[in-house]
Design a binder for this molecule. Structure first.
Ligand code: FES
Length: 165
């Protein structure tokens, strides 16, 4: 089956029961996406499919044939971090770092939801007015991504700095 993963064409053969997370990690060596709960509860496995965030542990890889998948390995460029990665560094948006790949992909997907017309994401378009969501509202939008170290304040500060208008 063919995919586009981090902007590169990829072909892979695998058991049709393989999850997208296992395809990435075990077949393609992309171990940035983490397996935490493996049942859709922690968000450590979050990746982007055509810009939308999904829990890759719950997704069968066969469903995503031909789609564009982005993992943490595809963020930023060689030698330079994605702006959100840089903001995580500056705002202490991690301690152990295990949840960070999922947090990054989830936040980028969340920001993209605004561009696709899903209201009230990082900014809410209320007619002529654009309002920035509060810290608590952003926490709720990111509630699918758990951080065992409790670095939530830094994570939300980094997201706000990167994406809020
Ligand atoms: Fe997928 Fe926890 S490993 S949500």
């Amino acid at each position: 089956m063919r995919f586009t993963i981090n902007d590169k064409p990829v072909e892979a053969e695998f058991d049709p029961r393989t999850s997208l997370l296992d395809l990435l990690r075990d077949h393609l060596g992309l171990t940035g996406s983490k397996k935490g709960c493996n049942q859709g509860a922690c968000g450590a496995c979050t990746v982007l499919v055509d810009g939308e965030r999904i829990n890759s542990c719950l997704a069968l890889a066969v469903q995503y044939q031909g789609r564009a998948i982005t993992t943490v390995e595809g963020l930023g460029q060689t030698g330079s971090l994605h702006p959100l990665q840089q903001a995580f560094v500056e705002h202490d948006g991690f301690q152990c770092g295990y949840c960070t790949p999922g947090q990054l992909c989830s936040a980028i997907g969340m920001a993209g939801e605004a561009a696709r017309g899903v209201p009230s994401v990082v900014t809410a378009d209320l007619g002529d007015e654009t309002v920035t969501l509060s810290h608590d509202e952003l926490r709720e939008r990111m509630s699918g991504n758990l951080c065992r170290c409790g670095a939530y304040n830094g994570i939300i500060d980094a997201i706000t700095e990167t994406f809020a208008a």
